[in-house]
Every structure is written in structure tokens, then in C-alpha cells.
Design a protein around this ligand. Structure first.
Ligand code: BT5
Length: 249
């Protein structure tokens, strides 16, 4: 099978050659009471991004979802998106790809003229306000895929395109999951780790939110994942869930 990685991960791993969406499968497993489980696929036929956008997931990528049950209030769950971004950025750098994080959920590679998207992260959760029942963190890594097979308008790149050779998907997924496992248990330090790789801070940005657009300098990130923007009329704090688009201006 294309994805029989044989991972030695701190999670039990379910492999699929092809599946509609690893996040959808992980949500089903959550409903059945599972935890500390990773769903991993070589190809997704119905991959999803945020706000119900499509996520293209051809064979050769690393499409995975981590299901776990952290003992935190709902409001803290966005920190796991940042943890995933840090984990995958570290794994990419170890593989020789200088990735950085664009708030809130993109891992990118900077080229002279533009930033190209290497990874997308989609976090879903359920529970009561004071306690999460489960969290599913979906991580889509363009690993050994040709960016020409991905939507053009998204400015995509892949590990194999950046390195001019394929990555060992088993090793990459292993490092990613080890880092994520450590960070999910150390969420107080995730924001600090995130700042190290952030490409957004210090830039003039425009963020589109359901309440309108906010313009100014991105000055900081706050636990559990909000962006602080210095606008002409003072500081605004935008939660990750409210960001529809972020553009440099
Ligand atoms: C994301 O959404 O970036 C989150 C993507 C999460 C995918 C993972 S894969 C495993 C798990 N199972 C799932 O079903 N999903 C998760 P967003 O920020 O909304 O970005 C989506 C946009 O990125 C699309 O509208 C396209 O423009 C672009 N796009 C789609 N596929 C892409 C790809 N493979 N590489 C780069 N950009 C892509």
C-alpha cells in the first residue's frame, strides 16, 4: 500500500490509500470514543480547507489528522493549530526546506517575489465551553507532489519541488508527530515557539473578518492564537477563527 509507513508514533495510526477526508474520518472515530489516533492517507478525494474551501490532495502528499482529547476549555483549542504549524515547520527545516508560518494556519516558503503555500492546517473540535471533548487537527503537507497539479491561484509549492528530490514521508511524518506530541502537552510555550517562525509579525497587513476589514501593523500573537494589530485608532485583537484572509499591504 502507498502509505504503509510503519510509523513509530505516540499515536495509533490508521492508514488509507485513498479516503474522502482524514478530518471527516477522525471526526467519525471521535464519535465512536477514540482518542490519540492519527488518520493518514496517500490521497484524499474530498479534502477540505477552512470555511469549507477545497483542499487538493493528490497521491504523494502527507494528508493526516490527529485526534486527541486535551483537558482544556474550548477557548484554548486554537493553540493546537499553532502547535501543528510549529511542528510541521520544524520538520520541513530538518528536511532542508526553509518554511515559515503565516498567521493563522499557513506554512509557506518565501521566494524572491512571493510566498508559496506548502501546508494547510484545519482544526475542528467539539465539547462544552469549559472543557473540550475532542480536537481534530488536520495537516495537509504538499510532500512529493508536483505544484503544477495543485490550484494555480493558491501559489502552491511542495517539499519535493523545494528540494529537487522527494522526501522520506515516513521520516517526515514521524518527526512532525513527535514535535506535535511534545507541543500539545506544553501549550503554554507554543506561542513563543511560533514567534520564532512567524513571517507575519512586523508587517503591514489587512485582515478580512466577518465584521469588516482591519488594517495595520501585525505586532504580536497572543495565547491561544489571536493576532494583535496596531491600527490608526489603537490595538485590535483578531482571533484566528475570524480571519477570512490576511494580505500584506
Ligand atoms: C487550509 O485551508 O489551508 C487547511 C487545509 C487542511 C487540509 C488538511 S489535509 C488533512 C485534513 N483533511 C482534510 O480534509 N483537511 C485537512 P484554507 O486556509 O481555507 O486554504 C484553502 C485554499 O488553499 C484553497 O481555497 C485553495 O486556494 C488553496 N489550496 C487548495 N489545495 C491546496 C494545496 N494542496 N496546496 C496549496 N494550496 C491549496
Amino acid at each position: 500500500s502507498a502509505v504503509e509507513y510503519g510509523l513509530d508514533a505516540p499515536f495509533s495510526v490508521e492508514y488509507h490509500d485513498s479516503i474522502p477526508s482524514t478530518n471527516a474520518r477522525a471526526r467519525d472515530l471521535a464519535a465512536d470514543g477514540a482518542s490519540d489516533t492519527v488518520v493518514l492517507a496517500d490521497e484524499q478525494t474530498g479534502g477540505r480547507g477552512r470555511l469549507d474551501r477545497e483542499w487538493h490532495s493528490p497521491s504523494g502528499g502527507i494528508w493526516l489528522s490527529v485526534l486527541f482529547r486535551p483537558d482544556v476549555p474550548m477557548a484554548h483549542a486554537p493553540v493546537f493549530t499553532l502547535a501543528a504549524a510549529v511542528a510541521v515547520t520544524r520538520a520541513a527545516r530538518e528536511a532542508g526546506v526553509e518554511a515559515g508560518i503565516k498567521w493563522p494556519n499557513d506554512v509557506l516558503v518565501r521566494h524572491s517575489d512571493e510566498e508559496r503555500k506548502l501546508v494547510g492546517i484545519l482544526t475542528e473540535m467539539e465539547g462544552e465551553a469549559d472543557r473540550v471533548s475532542w480536537v481534530v487537527v488536520g495537516i495537509g503537507v504538499n510532500a512529493n507532489v508536483d505544484p503544477a497539479d495543485l490550484p494555480d491561484d493558491a501559489n502552491p509549492t511542495s517539499l519535493s519541488a523545494e528540494r529537487d528530490e522527494p522526501v522520506d514521508r515516513r521520516l517526515f511524518a514521524q518527526r512532525l508527530l513527535e514535535e506535535f506530541d511534545a507541543l500539545r502537552q506544553d501549550s503554554a510555550n507554543v506561542v513563543e515557539a511560533w514567534r520564532e517562525y512567524a513571517t507575519t509579525l512586523g508587517k503591514q497587513v489587512r485582515v478580512e473578518t466577518p465584521g469588516g476589514s482591519i488594517e495595520g501593523e501585525a505586532v504580536d500573537i497572543q495565547f491561544p492564537g489571536a493576532l494583535v494589530i496596531e491600527t490608526e485608532s489603537g490595538r485590535e485583537v483578531v482571533s484566528a477563527g475570524d480571519c477570512e484572509h490576511l494580505r500584506p499591504i
